[in-house]
Design a protein around this ligand. Structure first.
Ligand code: MG
Length: 245
């Protein structure tokens, strides 16, 4: 293992955004819950079964927004039309619910701002100082704005986010395609790239893409689940991986 805590043959590092670089996983979880609970209450009345953190981990976290809506609704045997990406927030379609969730996230980010994990920023500096290349691989369509707001855009050689994935028609996590595209853009084989992810869907993507090393980042006490979904190692903070000066 190198001073970065990675196998010797790793030449590129592919980072998820929400929950790995920024403390926005909590913001997303809260927005999903607020949106789904309002929808379920409207539909089922006082008897409604609320959206839980287990639902978030299993069906939503890490996936593109519309896939998150579809996967959770399917888990409750609820069938809604897809609708149109421009549907108004809250319309009873997959995109309408997704747009409502996005509206809530943007409100929360505008009010509270976005915070980065210092351990990740120091690790990124270290990774670049050792000459490894880097990519940000996020399902978020707001990825670029979020990186700019924390002054971290310069840390990444390549960005594959929700916007790029839509342009290139790449299926999102848990499919490996966005990570594979990042590795290809960086000119490395997947076996030479490490994936850094906090979502179970991200672990699945890392395993499906046969990446050289998969680092699970546990911010919420789901270490066992991250290992079950294919992590080679689980840390609570990237600072644990190696030198971060
Ligand atoms: Mg994440």
């Amino acid at each position: 293992m190198t001073q970065l805590g990675l196998p010797e043959d790793i030449h590129a590092c592919l980072f998820d955004l929400d929950g790995v670089v920024t403390r926005t996983a909590v913001v997303h979880a809260a927005a999903w819950k607020e949106m789904f609970d309002a929808f379920l209450r409207e539909r089922d009345g006082a008897e409604y079964r609320p959206f839980t953190s287990a639902d978030y981990d299993e069906y939503v976290d890490g996936r593109p927004r519309a896939d998150g809506v579809r996967t959770f609704l399917a888990s409750r045997s609820i069938d809604l039309p897809d609708g149109d990406p421009d549907d108004p927030p809250g319309a009873e379609t997959v995109h309408g619910l997704g747009n409502r969730k996005n509206e809530l996230v943007l409100e929360k980010i505008r009010t509270d701002g976005v915070e980065a994990y210092d351990g990740t920023l120091r690790y990124l500096e270290s990774v670049r100082a050792h000459g490894l290349s880097t990519a940000i691989v996020s399902s978020s369509a707001n990825c670029r704005d979020v990186l700019r707001s924390i002054g971290a855009e310069h840390f990444f050689d390549v960005r594959i986010d929700g916007v790029v994935a839509a342009e290139r028609k790449l299926p999102g996590k848990p499919h490996p395609d966005t990570f594979l595209a990042a590795a290809e853009d960086l000119g490395v084989d997947p076996s030479e790239a490490a994936v850094f992810e906090d979502a179970l869907a991200g672990m699945d993507a890392g395993r499906a893409g046969r990446f050289g090393y998969v680092v699970g980042v546990d911010r919420v006490g789901q270490t066992d689940a991250l290992y079950r979904h294919g992590a080679d190692i689980v840390v609570q903070d990237l600072a644990e991986l190696g030198e971060t000066e």
